[in-house]
Design a protein around this ligand. Structure first.
Ligand code: 26W
Length: 835
């Protein structure tokens, strides 16, 4: 007999059937007060804390998101739609509030509500901490992708890790980078919802055993593991004014409730509790390396934790919907792997389908190869992930067995395609032989998936002809290109409202979701009145950037100068040093009095260096030292300013790109897979000075050579020149470069710090400098001269600025995602009704 108190009766009304929330100014005022006064217990009349005001507004907006999210979920369930799952170790989301208001179409109502309450909304927006759960391009791309998926009404879900500490914050002390942990969750995170009910168990360690099940079938069992719980936290991802709100699900590692009984009984209570802490380390911190794999065990734990939790989650959902019949699983699901970081998912899906759900190897492999797709983001050999077989055997013994088996099948496929070609077998093997056996994760990713793509046309071609050549010969149909993009909601509509309003006034607002419509701006480049307004908006943005920086930094910038911007991770291949060489050259010209037709410049460089990357850190020191000398030289004055912008991050770029005149995209040709900062700057009317690298090539193609400052060796020329590269001879023949090198080598920028730049100087003077900085110096300086000449003619510069924006339509992630969907995912768009 059930306990009477718990007998359930038929509900009179469903719990989830709550009245719809309004979106007028008055609705926001009511809800704001409700949260501010009742939930937070703050006094309405002494509103001293913008923090709580920000929380109260955000909570009101979150309610609207949640309502639409459950509606969206229900629609996807009811329609049993095919779905894509975007697996990424990084989602660099930045701030949420203003983007959420924009996409919900409530910016005006919410702003007016706050205004009526005596609060300026900009102040609240600026209080929000960045969710910095990524390093750079790859992580931000994931964030732009899920925005576009929601806007295109695609059933897409992001899966990632909920790091307790995101990308470190950077301060500069005595010109050097100092890293501080980014405890971004310290005041909580109101945008997420914990979903304890969907927690999952993740295995680590232990060993495998063959056991016979009730049906007499032999099965591999992975036992004696140390398990960790994966707890999901969901963040809503709204589409642009379309009622779709998708989900980003981030996993947190939590210790299981069990104690290690042996240790406990032996009296090692403290040790057994300490083991719990180890489990929770898994999602403690984001690795701050953007291009150097370092084989750390904790990183492998993170990768497996993400892959296993996400796949188990998808399978559990499948079983709730369809039972244990997996025959149409591949028709309904697709996984996109953001680089090799989550590619252990290929082996994990095999494990789950065979060991746990009892499918045959062949059936499971068929499903895996039809559902997995892999995106490569870099050609740099030092960034290609390899895991030691020994480490994998210890941490993931069952996964290692599966990878060996995948490789055995694959090697026989290669052998039958190229009979007798031993060299080919060893080149293509997923297992690299050598002093220590290693798993080549990129090869596992290619073998286990049906699609392999690069992120810009050149990059994809180089993958096919170079890095993955053998695989391309075997499976040409797998390879494709998907040129990157950025979301125009955040990177134009929201970060540059004045420019967005001018554009909308001229051509209507369809550009926000159909960015190719910006093309209609072209005729306005010939309209003097329009150009004037365009210039004013740029000028205001510069002023705003200056005022903003002044709050935190001792900075003096000249708003009438050309704003010359290079913001991105600090890396030798991105050649921030080439930029500095040019600045030193300009300084030298001023000192020599060679200043006819001078164009005043503010050169702003920002970016983080991986904490273990000595040369990148030394580059930051160089920028700061050169800045110190130049900025304090009375002969220089306002003619030339160099500034290092500390703690460059998503919200930083939102302030910077509206103010940029010139975008520095100066990587060694063939090294930058795509670049996406180049696109944000172009969209906001900056002109590019760049090499034929990554997406620069496509940017130039769109905007035309006459609106782009091209310089430098091509990728082919670089590879030819490399063989007989002689930087000494180049310096010898270039008087300007000699003078620059002399200033550097004489210690002019490090008078009281002798020798600190010796390694850096030696690296660019080396015949083996992989980045060949000296080779491009002359052509870079000449291109910068063309920039100056163009900037002299304000009207013409503005024309070019408008044309850059007008031709940036291709670089919307809406276009990128449409292509992913057309060629790889093949999802139907699923409109969501919101009565
Ligand atoms: C193993 C450590 C590690 C971590 C991250 C290695 C490599 C990475 C990424 C590949 C770094 C990254 O962000 N790559 C960038 O991806 C962008 C999005 O596709 C491209 O636009 C950039 O060109 C590429 O450098």
């Amino acid at each position: 007999m059930p306990n009477k108190r718990f007998v359930t009766s038929k509900p009179k009304s469903s719990i989830t059937n709550v009245p719809k929330l309004g979106v007028t100014k008055d609705d926001f005022i009511d809800d704001f007060k409700q949260y501010y006064v009742h939930l937070m217990g703050r006094d309405e009349n002494s509103r001293s804390s913008p923090f709580y005001a920000c929380e109260a507004l955000s909570l009101s907006i979150r309610d609207r998101l949640m309502e639409r999210r459950s509606n969206t979920d229900k629609t996807y369930n009811d329609t049993d739609s095919r779905q894509v799952f975007y697996l990424s170790m990084e989602f660099l989301m930045g701030r949420t509030l203003s983007n959420a208001m924009l996409n919900l179409g409530i910016t005006d109502a919410a702003s007016q509500a706050m205004h009526d309450l005596g609060i300026e909304i900009e102040e609240l927006v600026d209080r929000e901490l960045d969710a910095g759960l990524g390093n750079g391009g790859l992580g931000r791309l994931a964030a732009c992708f899920i925005d576009s998926c929601a806007t295109l009404q695609l059933p897409a879900m992001g899966y990632g890790l909920r790091y307790e500490y995101g990308m470190f914050t950077q301060t500069v002390v005595n010109g050097e980078q100092v890293e501080k942990p980014d405890h971004w969750l310290r005041h909580g995170n109101i945008w997420e919802v914990e979903r304890l009910e969907y927690s999952l168990r993740i295995k680590l360690g232990g060993h495998t055993e063959i056991q016979t099940d009730e049906q007499g079938k032999q099965r591999v069992c992975w036992i004696s593991t140390q398990d960790v719980l994966a707890v999901p936290f969901d963040t809503p991802v709204p589409g642009f004014k379309n009622n779709t709100v998708n989900t980003l699900r981030l996993w947190k590692a939590v210790a299981t409730e069990e104690f290690n009984l042996d240790e406990f009984n032996a009296g090692d209570y403290a040790e057994s509790v300490a083991a719990k802490v180890t489990a929770e380390h898994i999602t403690m911190v984001l690795y701050p390396n953007d291009a150097n794999e370092n084989g750390k065990e904790l990183r492998l734990r993170q990768q497996y934790f993400l892959a296993s939790a996400s796949l188990q989650d998808v399978l559990a959902y499948w079983i709730r919907q369809h039972g244990h019949d997996f025959s149409s699983f591949a028709d309904k699901s697709c996984f996109q792997l953001n680089d090799t970081h989550p590619s252990i998912a290929i082996a994990e899906l095999m494990r789950l389908l065979t060991d746990v759900h009892g499918l045959s190897w062949e059936t499971a492999w068929g499903i895996t190869r039809q559902t997995m797709a892999y995106t490569n983001h870099t050609l740099l050999p030092e960034a290609l992930e390899k895991w030691s077989v020994k480490l994998m055997q210890r941490l993931l013994p069952r996964l290692m067995e599966i990878i060996f088996e995948i490789n055995a099948h694959f090697m026989s496929e290669v052998a039958s395609h190229w009979p007798g070609d031993k060299a080919r077998l060893s080149r293509m093997s997923i297992i690299e032989e050598g002093a220590e056996q290693q798993v080549r994760m990129a090869y596992l990713a290619i073998v286990g998936s049906f699609s392999v793509n690069g992120v810009a046309r050149l990059h994809s071609r180089l993958l096919q002809q170079g890095l993955f050549r053998d695989f391309y010969e075997l499976w040409p149909h797998k390879f494709n290109n998907k040129t990157n993009g950025v979301t125009p909601r955040r990177w134009l509509a929201s970060c540059n409202p004045a420019l967005a309003a001018l554009i909308t006034e001229a051509i209507g607002d369809r550009w926000i979701t159909h960015l190719e419509e910006l093309k209609k701006l072209e005729p306005f480049a010939e309209d003097a009145g329009f150009r004037n307004r365009w210039r004013e908006i740029k000028q205001d943005a510069k002023q705003r950037l200056i005022e903003h920086k002044k709050q935190y930094l001792d900075i003096h910038l000249n708003p009438d100068a050309l704003f010359d911007i290079q913001v991105k991770r600090i890396h030798e291949y991105k050649r921030q040093i080439l930029n500095v060489l040019h600045v030193i050259h300009l300084y030298d010209r001023i000192k020599r009095g060679d200043t006819d037709n001078w164009v005043p410049r503010c050169v702003l460089i920002g970016g983080k260096a991986a904490p273990g990357y000595a040369m990148a850190k030394r580059t930051i020191k160089l920028i700061n030292n050169v800045a110190n000398v130049i900025n304090s030289d009375a002969d220089v004055g306002d003619s030339l300013i160099l500034f290092f912008l500390p703690d460059y991050r998503v919200s930083g770029m939102e302030m910077i790109c509206p103010a940029a005149d010139l975008s520095e995209q100066i990587s060694t040709a063939g090294k930058e897979a795509s670049g996406t900062g180049n696109m944000k700057l172009m969209m906001n009317g900056a002109l590019t000075i760049g090499t034929l690298d990554g997406a620069n090539i496509e940017i130039r193609e769109e905007v035309g050579d006459e609106n782009f400052f091209l310089f430098g060796l091509t990728e082919e020329q670089i590879e030819v020149r490399r063989k007989h590269y002689d930087p000494f001879a180049i310096i010898d023949q270039d008087e300007d470069l000699q003078r620059v090198m002399h200033l550097l080598e004489s210690g002019h920028f490090n008078q009281f710090e002798p020798g600190i730049f010796d390694d850096l100087i030696a690296s660019i003077k080396s015949r083996y400098d992989p980045w060949m900085t000296i080779a491009d110096f002359r052509s870079y300086v000449d291109a910068q001269k063309r920039v100056e000449a163009a900037y002299q003619d304000k009207e013409h510069w503005t024309r070019m600025s408008i044309l850059n924006c007008a031709n940036s339509g291709k670089f919307s992630t809406d276009r990128t995602i449409r292509e992913y969907n057309r060629d790889i995912w093949k999802l139907d768009s699923v409109p969501v009704e919101y009565p």
